[in-house]
Design a protein around this ligand. Structure first.
Ligand SMILES: *Cc1c(COP(=O)(O)O)cnc(C)c1O
Length: 365
């Protein structure tokens, strides 16, 4: 037990890199085509393959996972109030503020950690235009109830599904729920293009609208459909996606092994793990654990750090406490944010290192 980890840091994640020759052969295509961006062959191939792999009816691959949220909010937000979760990455809230809308927080469910759908209706006002909720750690929100509430009050539903790659709920891609879903293909995410992301939406009209908007509003070289932004992804990034995608089943399998190992060896008498919603086929994207109090978390974190192990406090602080937000208490999200940490989880994390991490945590509990 507790063999030294030879000067190498163990971080919360490690980007999966495909064999170099596989990436190289795709990069050679770019040289042959002499075409670097503006929807080249590699991007078109990536979108086709992702559509098939995810079983979604449409996808626009973009340059990150934040712009699709902003594009959706620009279209649906109308400078109104957006009901949202305080427990997510900062991009969920900052996008609302950036688009001149007002975030209205609704606290989270204490076990699923997604927005508490039973508290949404009380937060709706005549100014509410949309709900922006996060499938945090790839754990689906209560999409059925949220859909009912949205229909009743004529609200749009946007899901920040940055963590949702490969997740299915009731045998459907999680990206098929809501009016719009967004994903991130950042290097720290399950499937990646270095930097990248995507938008998924209901119906052809919405797809066309978002398609124009992600490319300056261009409708042909000289015509403009409306106002737009540049959210295009380059061929260099598309090549990375094409190189990673064939390995995605392996990536998920390997991560499942790590998750299973944590599940069977951590001492859960004083730790809580994430509860995955029923009817979910999860993607093993994160391994959060919740401590009894923040002091305990800090003690364990400091012991791990001393041994070159760097978990991350995803997600802290709670977003209702951001300095540019009018603070309203969200007791559950604030409490969870202080006590939750994501443990290392990636392809290639050895059993020896896992044992070492678990030993340090269990000893400290
Ligand atoms: C990573 C992330 C984003 C932003 O994605 P980028 O690709 O980094 O722009 C948005 N929301 C959540 C919940 C995320 O984790």
């Amino acid at each position: 037990m507790s063999k030294r980890i030879k000067n190498k840091n163990i971080n919360v994640t490690k980007t999966f890199l495909p064999p170099f020759y596989e990436y190289d052969s795709l990069i050679q295509k770019i040289w042959k085509n002499e075409w670097l961006t503006n929807r080249g062959d590699l991007l078109k191939e990536l979108e086709k393959k992702l559509k098939k792999h995810l079983k979604v009816s449409n996808i626009i691959v973009m340059t990150n996972g934040t712009l699709p949220i902003q594009i959706a909010l620009k279209f649906f937000g109308n400078n109104g109030e957006i009901i949202t979760t305080p427990f997510s990455y900062v991009a969920t809230t900052s996008s609302i503020v950036w688009e001149n809308c007002t975030p209205v927080f609704v606290d989270i469910h204490p076990e699923y950690l997604t927005i508490d759908e039973t508290k949404i209706e009380a937060a709706i006002t005549p100014k509410t235009t949309a709900i922006l909720a996060t499938h945090v750690y790839g754990n689906p929100c209560n999409v059925d109830v949220i859909e009912k509430i949205a229909k009743k009050h004529h609200l749009k539903v946007i899901y920040d599904a940055a963590h949702g790659f490969g997740v299915t709920f009731k045998n459907q891609s999680i990206f098929n729920y809501g009016d719009v879903s967004t994903c991130s293909f950042h290097a720290t995410k399950l499937f990646h293009t270095g930097e990248g992301g995507a938008i998924f939406c209901k119906g052809d009209d919405l797809y066309k609208e978002f398609f124009y908007r992600h490319n300056f509003g261009h409708n042909g070289p000289l015509n403009f459909h409306g106002v737009g932004i540049n959210a295009k992804i380059s061929e260099l990034q598309a090549a990375m996606g094409l190189a990673v995608l064939p390995h995605i089943d392996f990536i998920i399998q390997e991560r499942k092994k790590v998750v299973d190992y944590y599940n069977s060896h951590l001492n859960f008498s004083r730790l809580t793990k994430l509860k995955i919603r029923e009817h979910t086929n999860w993607n093993y994207s994160y391994y959060p654990v919740i401590f009894e109090n923040e002091e305990k978390l800090l003690e364990v974190e400091s012991q791990l750090n001393k041994n070159n192990i760097f978990p991350r406090r995803y997600f802290n602080p709670a977003l209702n406490t951001l300095p540019y937000i009018n603070f309203i208490p969200m007791p559950i999200a604030e409490s969870i944010s202080k006590r939750i940490i994501c443990l290392p989880l990636y392809v290639g994390l050895t059993t020896e290192n896992l044992k070492f991490i678990i030993h340090i945590i269990n000893k400290q509990l």
